[in-house]
Design a protein around this ligand. Structure first.
Ligand code: PLP
Length: 477
């Protein structure tokens, strides 16, 4: 595709402003450009076509199935987008007097109340801008909690080997040592390993449940007890909340801090680094440590409260990514209690349907009932030369976004599939059909996998080069 700079023609205009009817002001020459700004010269039609064509090169959940494990790429109702773009939400400013934005504060307050109810927690901040940022904030709360009690020895956070990379990263960024513990042969935290790992150095444990293998940690109550008896706190990585919302509450499983990925579970398109939101909720005894301000209801008024005595400070400008908060609250209201519950049931049902079908084609190492996602592996293919990467790149040729690969790190050549509740049985059956086809190709015609994708605007990338030497802007040659 030609870039907009390449279709530019000297003198072509998309817009001609009306003639000025005021006297021009002469700028001092030191502010005046010596050469012209090289903007593309195109018609309005050229611009519209350029961006529309670019958008059509993208794969999106709006164009097809997007079973990216650990990411909850569900279809997001357009109604929440419409609500977030109402001018009363979209055109207010964070510096406005709180008296003039009572509706926005009410929305944030009520969203907080809903999230507390869903998670079984007592207090909340909506500030963090993503899941990883929520983790950072939550671990900072853990750090301050122990210091406040003059318990300076606690310098370790326990993280299972199936954890998302952001868990050890947020611990390390807060100055903790990361103690990794192994999973057992059913893909769960090994309780004996955990008992050995806890000590007077334990500040806390980070856990997602269901874990990244899509397996519910059955021993969660015992795990919480072990960590608590050692004096540590329990952190819930809420990225997989879609699997349990409306069914059970992290607060009842012994967790002290929870983050939500509103852009996964609560209806904001997720991915490509767009605005996200990672509120954290805590048990009552940690309220004083939350970032300020928090939103309180005083009589009939909503106020920003800065009075938390032991606050870790601010973690983001203003109050969080407001438009994401609007979409999350709209989604919760659209779904209602019954709908939220039904969504998690359907997500789990869809994942188990796919797991059962896929396990006849690929190896599914932990092939027991799963939650919202499952992990398969290509190691059972006859042709040992075919990697998980080759397998999923071929899916692109059949019009499906590849699932997550090579995560979690404890399964070789793994493909992590999360269908979500918003896909129909027809879509899931088509996915199974495509996986069946590709598995056959892997034996009969492996080269077609090795060189896939063939039908996409860009063929297979050199991942390392793309990460190390990205070309992010056009340069005139
Ligand atoms: C996505 C994810 C995170 C990080 O969340 P972001 O919002 O992407 O920063 C953390 N843990 C797990 C298990 C995840 O899937």
């Amino acid at each position: 595709m030609e870039l907009i700079f390449e279709i530019s023609k000297n003198g072509r205009r998309g817009f001609i402003p009306p003639k000025m009817d005021i006297k021009p002001y002469k700028l001092s020459s030191k502010y005046v450009r010596k050469s012209s700004l090289k903007l593309p010269e195109v018609t309005e039609g050229d611009v519209v076509r350029h961006y529309t064509n670019l958008s059509r090169l993208n794969y999106a959940v709006d164009t097809g199935f997007y079973p990216l494990g650990s990411c909850t790429m569900k279809y997001n109702p357009r109604l929440s987008e419409r609500i977030a773009s109402l001018s009363g939400f979209a055109e207010i400013h964070p510096y406005q007097n709180p008296e003039t934005v009572q509706g926005a504060l009410e929305l944030m307050y009520k969203l907080g109340e809903s999230l507390k109810k869903i998670s079984g927690m007592d207090a909340i901040t909506l500030q963090p801008a993503a899941g990883a940022h929520g983790e950072y904030t939550g671990i900072a709360v853990i750090r301050k909690y122990h210091r406040d009690r003059k318990d300076f020895n606690r310098d370790e956070i326990i993280v299972p080997d199936s954890a998302h990379g952001t868990n050890p990263a947020s611990s390390a960024m807060n100055g903790f040592k990361v103690v990794e513990i192994k999973s057992d042969d059913r893909g769960m935290v090994d309780v004996e390993e955990l008992k050995k790992a806890v000590s007077s150095h334990t500040a806390g444990m980070m856990l997602t449940n269901p874990n990244t293998l899509g397996i519910f940690e059955e021993n969660i109550l015992e795990i919480s007890k072990i960590v608590h008896s050692a004096g540590g706190l329990m952190y819930y990585d809420g990225a997989n909340l879609n699997a349990i919302m409306g069914q059970i509450r992290p607060g009842d499983l012994g967790f002290d801090i929870v983050h939500f990925n509103l852009h996964k579970t609560f209806s904001t398109p997720h991915g490509m680094g767009g605005p996200g939101s990672g509120p954290i909720a805590v048990k009552a005894f940690l309220t004083d440590f939350l970032p300020v301000p928090i939103i309180l209801k005083k009589g009939e008024k909503y106020v920003l409260d800065f009075s938390l005595k032991k606050t870790i400070g601010k973690v983001r400008s203003f109050y969080g990514n407001f438009s994401v908060l609007v979409k999350a609250y709209a989604y919760i209201l659209i779904m209602g209690e019954e709908g939220i519950k039904r969504a998690s049931e359907m997500a789990v049902l869809n994942a188990n349907y796919l797991r059962t079908k896929i396990s006849k084609i690929l190896k599914v190492p932990y092939n027991a009932r799963c939650m919202h996602e499952f992990v398969a592996s290509t190691t059972n293919l006859q042709n040992k030369n075919i990697k998980a990467l080759d397998f999923v790149k071929r899916m692109l040729d059949y019009g499906i976004h590849p699932p997550t690969v090579y995560f979690p790190l404890i399964v070789h050549e793994d493909i992590m599939v999360e269908p979500t509740e918003t896909e129909s049985k027809d879509t899931l059956d088509r996915f199974v059909e495509i996986v069946t086809k590709i598995a056959k190709e892997a034996n009969k015609n492996p080269e077609v996998l090795k060189s896939a994708p063939h039908e996409t605007p860009v063929r297979r990338l050199d991942d390392t080069k793309a990460a190390r030497h990205p070309i992010l802007r056009w340069k005139e040659n």
